[in-house]
Design a protein around this ligand. Sequence first.
Ligand code: FBP
Ligand code: MG
Ligand code: MG
Length: 342
Amino acid sequence: MDHAADSRRTDLMTITRFVLNEQSKYPESRGDFTILLNHIVLGCKFVCSSVNKAGLAKLLGLAGETNVQGEDQKKLDVLSNEVFVKALTSSGKTCILVSEEDEEATFVKQSQCGKYIVVFDPLDGSSNIDCGVSIGTIFGIYLAKDKDNATLNDVLQPGSSMVAAGYCMYGSSCTLVLSTGSGVNGFTLDPSLGEFILTHPNIKIPNKGKIYSVNEGNAKHWDEPTTKFVENCKFPQDGSSPKSLRYIGSMVADVHRTLLYGGIFMYPGDKKSPNGKLRVLYEVFPMSFLMEQAGGQAFTGKQRALDIMPKNIHERSPVFLGSYEDVEQIKALYAASNQNKA
Ligand SMILES: O=P(O)(O)OC[C@H]1O[C@](O)(COP(=O)(O)O)[C@@H](O)[C@@H]1O
Ligand SMILES: [Mg+2]
Ligand SMILES: [Mg+2]
């Protein structure tokens, strides 16, 4: 055993220690958020282990049901949902849960009820499960005004009201990215310790990037600003180098790359689906929260993404998010197109 390397490891910043340090900045805090986060981390570890052995444990393929969006549920979608619902209710710190996989919000029974509301996509990128490509879990956290009388109105709030957001990516390593509203930090699961270790402190997205990420198979339905933007990525008007295209088809993985390397990820609205595909509460909001916290932007084509006032829990919205300068460009194209229409 390399004892020198081992002793260096004793100073590793685990996610629990990190959150406890954050908590100590708020003397009135009673550790509820730390407990909630520990349960989310437990859920992520469980799903990570299931994803790793999915082919061996017969967890690939369809579960035989469709979810509220009319999509076929994969076995891992169902399992991950069960894991997170159990982990979150048993934390004793949640009052309402909203999951992509459940038509209705879950109201936690009084005896287990706490002050946090968690919105989540238990398994994002389902179409990539069976071929072993990176997938993930996305979550956002709100605080209820009065936990004993929390209603859907506490959930149907703009993303800017979230107190924390994050995702866990089950990829070549298992990476958890978290923001509690003061920057963004990334933690990698060390399988030998079973702990998430701070590996990406204070993530800042580059101001401008060299990558654009979009499902170009939808191009024939796009509106003019999206079409012009992508055209300019390939044939830049200012003589700069064209951008590279990267599209995995798992929002978690596409956003993670965008956060670290810069550039833009988009799922626009189009003539076929004016609201795009991604869900406001548990896809658009958490990722937009992280982007802004990292110094980037998130825009819907009409407004700042975090300012959307959702009317129902499974609502969808177009989204363009990433490096500040890249999102500025798409905003300018929408502004010009609106001016031409006026
Ligand atoms: O296949 P498309 O239309 O490009 O959509 C890809 C998008 O759909 C999603 O897979 C939807 O998420 P779910 O798998 O949670 O339904 C996103 O992760 C991804 O960005
Ligand atoms: Mg998803
Ligand atoms: Mg999903």
